[in-house]
Each structure stands twice: as structure tokens, then as C-alpha cells.
Design a protein around this ligand. Structure first.
Ligand code: GDP
Length: 304
């Protein structure tokens, strides 16, 4: 229900535009496909993924010789579902942490303002609710506000936050957080890292150093590198995904702020372009508004 509400704007703009594109037309022709292309790009699906979707619909039109315009919505839905299927093999419907890694270490990356801290807070709350013990590491030491905010979430949710002073070495904080996690037999350690993108080399060095340092304690850590992207920035989110995937191996995505934007198509484009599963989506400011991404529910919400 909160997913439907969260995606309402994307859906509204998407479906009403498709309705207009096919209005008064009996079949899907070149003109309809051109308009559909514009609609998809306008919903921030991204050019590459849009062309892929259009190409697949063209193939179907060519194969079946004739496609009634009333069927366009269904066909589009099938093609989007199949794209999401290809890149999100796991069918998660609940917050889940593998139990064979203890602690399971999640390194969270993303630029400032995308909702990184909020996502960590919400995720901690959800995991705690499932009975997991958690340690947070405030390794975003470049902004006092980031550390304070994480501490606030820690208090709110009731999980310990490992923090050092401002401008201290992020990898030292990460080291302490993982050490605390190991010693206290925590199930999960979540490390908030600084989101500076001003030089790629810096970012890469910093993330590499954090990894190297935490591997002294947990050799196969981090088990997950979660990139947080602000869905309401549309193609900017795609650009950030490109930068971060160059700097480090990103294993999962969280796409936030899908509520209040019509750019929700970005979820489809980014998951297709980067072949990285979308694990969480943010559809509001409440704790429950961080949801485990479920491709079927997502497509259902988009076309309901
Ligand atoms: P950070 O700088 O990346 O750590 O970003 P914050 O976690 O501080 O979030 C920035 C702002 O975005 C805050 O006001 C959050 O409440 C808000 N925010 C985060 N996720 C969502 C979301 O899914 N929906 C909405 N509407 N706001 C969000």
C-alpha cells in the first residue's frame, strides 16, 4: 500500500501519457512507438534501456504483424517485468541477512543528501525488528552532521554507534566498528562512508582502504556494498551509479525518494544498465517506507 502511494506520481504520469499516445489509434505503429520512446525517456528509464524496450516491442510487432494499441500496456508491462527479472534474480520479499556470515558487514556508499543515513537508520530498525543485533559505524567523518544524525538513529532504534571525532580517518572508524561487531557477536555491522565524489581517485582510495582495514578482522568483508541513490534525481542517479561502480565493486542498490517523483523509471534503467540488483527502495520518510525491492510488486504498482 505504501509502495502504491510511493509510486503514484510515476504511475500517473506514465500511464496517462501512454493512454494519450494510443488514443484514437487502433494499432501500434511507428508513431506510437516514437511517443512511447519519449515517455520512457521522460520517466528517466534511460536512453539505453528505453531503446532496448522499444526494440523488443518492435520485434513483437514485426513477428505478430499487428499489435492492437489496447495491448501496448500489457506488452510494455511484460517487457519491463522481464528486464527486471534478468537483473534481480533473488525474489526477496522481506528483510533478510544471511546467517552464515557473522557479522554480516555492509558498507554503505553514496553522495551526500541521497538518503544514506536515513536508509541505514530504517534498515537498522527493520533488522532489529527481526531480532538481529547490529553495530553501526559512523565512517562519514567529513561532516559533523552525518555523525550526529547516525547517532540519533542509533538512539532511536536502540543500536550502538561507533564514532570518532570529526575529520578522523574513516577506515579507523570502520575498523573499530567491525572489531566491536566481532567482539560483541553482532549479526550485522553497517558502515556509513563519506560520499565525496570530487575526485574519483580519492573516493577509490578511501573505499579500498576501508575494505583493506576491515578485512583484518573479517577476511571476506564487506559482504555487501550498498550504493544509495536518490531516485528523484533521475538521470543524475545513473551518473552517480557510473562513478561509484568505477570506484568500487557495488553489489546492491538502494533507490530512495521514489515518493513525490515521476522519475521512478530510473529503477528500471539503472538495474538494467549496471546489472546490479536493486535491494531496497525508499518511498517515504517513515521507518516503514524503506522496502525490500520486489520486482513483481514494483511492476504491479506501476501498472495497477
Ligand atoms: P545523506 O546525506 O545521504 O545521509 O541523506 P539523509 O539520510 O540525511 O537524507 C536526506 C533527506 O532525504 C532527509 O530529509 C530524509 O528524510 C530524506 N529522505 C531519505 N529517504 C527518503 C525517502 O525515501 N523519501 C523521502 N520523501 N525522503 C527521504
Amino acid at each position: 500500500e505504501s509502495l502504491d502511494k510511493g509510486l503514484a506520481k510515476t504511475k500517473e504520469s506514465f500511464l496517462s501519457k501512454i493512454g494519450k499516445a494510443v488514443a484514437g489509434k487502433s494499432k501500434v505503429d511507428e508513431e506510437v512507438l516514437d511517443e512511447l520512446e519519449e515517455i520512457l525517456i521522460g520517466s528517466d528509464v534511460g536512453v539505453q534501456t528505453t531503446l532496448k524496450i522499444i526494440g523488443r516491442i518492435e520485434d513483437r510487432v514485426a513477428r505478430d504483424k499487428y499489435l492492437s494499441s489496447s495491448e501496448l500496456e500489457r506488452i510494455l508491462r511484460e517487457e519491463i517485468a522481464s528486464l527486471l527479472e534478468e537483473n534481480n534474480s533473488a525474489d526477496l520479499s522481506d528483510f533478510h541477512i544471511p546467517t552464515d556470515k557473522k557479522p554480516y558487514v555492509i558498507m554503505v556508499v553514496g553522495v551526500n543528501g541521497v538518503g544514506k543515513t536515513t536508509t541505514i537508520g530504517k534498515l537498522s530498525a527493520q533488522l532489529k525488528k527481526k531480532g538481529h543485533s547490529i553495530v553501526l559505524g559512523a565512517a562519514d567523518t567529513f561532516r559533523a552532521a552525518a555523525v550526529d544524525q547516525l547517532k540519533l538513529w542509533g538512539e532511536r532504534v536502540g543500536v550502538p554507534v561507533v564514532a570518532h571525532g570529526m575529520n578522523t580517518d574513516p577506515s579507523a572508524v570502520a575498523y573499530d566498528a567491525v572489531k566491536t561487531g566481532v567482539e560483541s557477536l553482532a549479526d550485522v555491522v553497517i558502515i556509513d562512508t563519506a560520499g565525496r565524489l570530487h575526485t574519483k581517485v580519492n573516493l577509490m582510495n578511501e573505499l579500498t582502504k576501508i575494505k583493506r582495514v576491515i578485512q583484518k578482522f573479517v577476511p571476506d568483508a564487506p559482504h555487501e556494498v550498498l550504493l544509495v541513490l536518490d531516485g528523484s534525481t533521475g538521470q543524475n542517479a545513473a551518473i552517480q551509479a557510473k562513478e561509484f561502480t568505477k570506484a568500487t565493486e557495488v553489489t546492491a542498490l538502494a533507490i530512495t525518494k521514489l515518493d513525490g517523483t515521476a522519475k521512478g523509471g530510473v529503477v528500471i534503467g539503472i538495474s538494467d544498465e549496471f546489472k546490479i540488483p536493486v535491494k531496497y527502495i525508499g518511498v517515504g520518510e517513515r521507518v516503514d517506507d524503506l522496502q525490500v525491492f520486489n520486482k513483481h510488486e514494483f511492476v504491479d504498482s506501476l501498472f495497477k
